[in-house]
Design a protein around this ligand. Structure first.
Ligand code: ADP
Ligand code: MG
Length: 463
């Protein structure tokens, strides 16, 4: 016997079902996809829901319909399917409308089947850091080429090179440049779809699509994008099926004249676990590397960041940081923030001393210029003793003096603490190191040729 559920009961059930799904998928997706739905009838175990466009229908069928029927079944065990059909909107009022302002709730209906709606985009694309713009990017020798290439992509009406492959060590600005491209394009031409996501997320989504048997949707989503940016593609390596999918998506996009921007920590040729054909395809576009920072660039970045933060930081401190924190820009930025927030917290001016203090651990990590081992080796050679004597218990002056010099230089040239230095010299006590430092200082003042020796060693080690 055919059965139809009454309107008021449908309303109650729909309120519950859509409420549950709303908490699952979040407000943005709810507004875009659930709100525009109109439940037309529930008959013979089937819920019939209309939506205003085909595009919406396809999306909902691909993403939400299974969940909808499960939830509805929870409310009404008689329900086993949910059918979504297209009912283009006509004039207001001619249809029995549960949702009065349907049109308003549809998030930017796609102008053509090839472009993504705002909702799809925000589903696919990771959020952009608002500070990662071209204006905030400081240009120097190590990054000028990558910067120019990124700008070219952002400004071009047609694809200048495909893909743009940015590579460089960690913390050197790859992600910053990619976000800058996205910001610029979204600003100058909002109709273009720019998707930015990490390779990890790309993989995750692909694997999920595989599991849910939705790889076709997966492909379609990415293939309807104007600019696709995938960050840190070294993570795609060795994941065979993802790599395969990536390759196909990549080829399809390139063939359609869409722009692709990729980043990695290595050049395409050096990427491990990536198939040759993919490598050569990656090499076909423009490969731009970001080199390690120079002192000038680091100083420039510090000045720019301090200015953006509206902070007066003494030039001496900025120079000190640019000199000492050489690893990457992220650490450099972190150091500046620490120095500034410390000063604000204790309510004192930023000085060289306070900066050294606040950053001592970071400074140590960056202090890779001279190691204690190098010092021990040079000093041993200079005084013609064995390196093992640096660790030995021998007290003869012929070895004890050079050992003291090495301890002194370790104190001067590295940021190791006295106990750490002691440990490196055969597990000696920190007071022994302290004594050595004093002794050498003393001798330097009173013995010109000794002072010369030490100075020579120091210059050799620093150079
Ligand atoms: P990567 O992606 O290469 O690991 P990021 O793009 O995340 O590095 O950069 C790390 C941090 O350093 C970010 O806060 C970024 O804004 C900053 N940064 C890197 N290069 C520059 C630059 N040339 N000018 C200004 N900030 C930079
Ligand atoms: Mg990055």
């Amino acid at each position: 016997m055919a059965s139809a559920t009454t309107n008021s009961l449908i309303d109650t059930q729909w309120d519950k079902v859509s409420g549950l799904l709303r908490t699952e998928i979040g407000e943005a997706a709810y507004q875009s996809w659930l709100k525009p739905m109109t439940v037309r009838e529930v008959r013979d175990g089937e819920v019939r829901i209309s939506v205003p466009t085909r595009f919406m229908r396809d999306w909902i069928v691909a993403h939400y319909v299974d969940r909808l029927s499960t939830l509805w079944n929870g409310e009404d065990p008689g329900v086993h399917t949910v059918d979504i059909y297209v009912q283009p909107e006509r004039h207001h009022g001619t249809l029995p409308q549960r949702k009065p302002d349907l049109r308003e709730s549809v998030a930017a209906p796609p102008s053509n089947t090839g472009s993504l709606s705002e909702a799809d985009r925000s589903e696919l694309s990771a959020p952009l850091d608002p500070r990662f713009t071209f204006e905030h990017f400081v240009i120097g020798k190590p990054n000028e080429f990558a910067y120019a290439a990124a700008q070219r992509v952002a400004d071009a009406a047609t694809v200048p090179f495909n893909p743009l492959f940015l590579y460089g060590g960690v913390g050197l600005g790859k992600t910053h440049l990619m976000h800058a491209i996205a910001h610029q394009i979204r600003k100058s031409d909002p109709s273009r779809t720019v998707i930015y996501l990490s390779a990890e997320k790309f993989m995750y989504r692909f694997i999920r699509a595989l599991r849910e048997h939705k790889t076709v949707d997966f492909k379609d989503q990415f293939r309807s994008v104007d600019v696709l940016m995938i960050d840190d593609v070294q993570f795609i390596s060795n994941k065979d099926s993802t790599q395969e999918e990536f390759f196909h998506t990549f080829n399809a996009l390139v063939d359609q004249g869409r722009q692709i921007v990729l980043s990695a920590d290595k050049s395409p040729s050096d990427l491990e676990g990536i198939e040759e054909r993919l490598k050569s395809r990656l090499n076909c576009g423009l490969v731009a590397d970001i080199h390690a920072t120079t002192y000038e660039l680091r100083l420039g970045i510090l000045q720019s960041k301090a200015e953006h933060m509206g902070m007066e930081v003494p030039g001496k401190v900025l120079e000190f940081l640019a000199h000492k924190i050489t690893s990457n820009v992220r650490e450099l930025e972190g150091a500046l923030i620490r120095v500034i927030s410390h000063a604000q917290l204790v309510g004192r001016d930023i000085t060289l001393e306070s900066s050294q203090d606040v950053l001592h651990d970071l400074l140590r990590a960056n202090d890779r210029r001279v190691t204690i081992e190098e010092i021990q080796k040079s000093v041993s050679q200079h005084f013609n003793i064995r390196v093992s004597d640096m660790h030995s218990a021998r007290r003869a002056r012929s070895v004890a003096r050079p050992r003291q010099v090495a301890m002194y230089l370790a104190k001067q040239l590295t940021s190791r603490s006295l106990p750490e230095i002691g440990r490196k010299f055969g597990g000696r006590d920190h007071t022994t190191v302290m004594h050595a430092v004093r002794k050498v200082e003393d001798l330097r003042e009173n013995d010109a040729s000794f002072a010369e020796d030490v100075e020579l060693l120091r210059r050799m080690l620093e150079g």
